[in-house]
Design a protein. Structure first.
Length: 201
């Protein structure tokens, strides 16, 4: 009988398409995109500032290194050789002063602290660039016309302090060995203290 027939149920409508091409996904929030864009812009700004500081550090000491050899080295304890020894010993020290703060930079955790660590690394970077520039003046240039010392102070320095570049290199090697020995002793003492603490507990 036609009167007893049940009406057919309508099919459910297909799920609406999600935003951004992902089915059922949440729509992208404008705030997240703005925060991401701001973070990228901030990182680019910090990078440009860091590059500017590095360029200033490189160009400045390279221009001053020759004057330091002529004006400071003669009155330095030990003369030019003492000046080279001091620069050679400071070079291994400057690298950890520059690298250790940078290793603590973490933009995701804290931008303020990251900026502080970057600021703390700048003195080490300045010292490394300065002593490197001082050492560079003592090495023979790759291309040099006979009797010309316009691009480097090598002729004047080597004439007044023969083999001073080897003295600076030896000081750098000795400084590196002393720094490595000091770190090995510190690490050994730290591990021994950790072992005693663990055994006591």
């Amino acid at each position: 009988m036609s009167g007893s027939a049940r009406p057919k149920r309508r099919r459910a409508a297909a799920p609406a398409l999600g935003y951004g091409g992902s089915g059922g996904g949440r729509p992208a929030l404008p705030g997240r995109n703005w925060k991401r864009t701001r973070a990228v812009g901030f990182a680019c700004l910090v990078l440009l500032i860091a590059l500017g500081i590095i360029v200033a550090l490189i160009l400045g000491p390279l221009a001053w290194a020759g004057d330091l050899w002529r004006e400071v080295a003669p009155d330095w304890p030990g003369g030019g050789y003492g000046f080279a020894v001091t620069a050679g010993l400071l070079l291994p020290v400057s690298l950890p002063l520059f690298g250790i703060p940078l290793a603590r930079v973490n933009w995701k955790r804290s931008r303020v602290r990251s900026l502080r660590w970057i600021a703390l690394s700048l003195p080490g970077a300045a010292l490394a660039v300065l002593v490197s520039a001082i050492a560079m003046q003592t090495w023979h240039p790759t291309r040099r016309s006979s009797g010309s010392c316009s691009s480097t102070e090598y002729c004047w320095i080597s004439g007044r302090y023969p083999y001073v570049s080897l003295v600076g290199l030896a000081a750098t090697l000795v400084g590196s060995a002393l720094l490595f020995t000091a770190y090995a002793a510190y690490d050994k003492r730290r591990r021994a203290a950790g072992t005693k603490t663990a055994s006591a507990t």
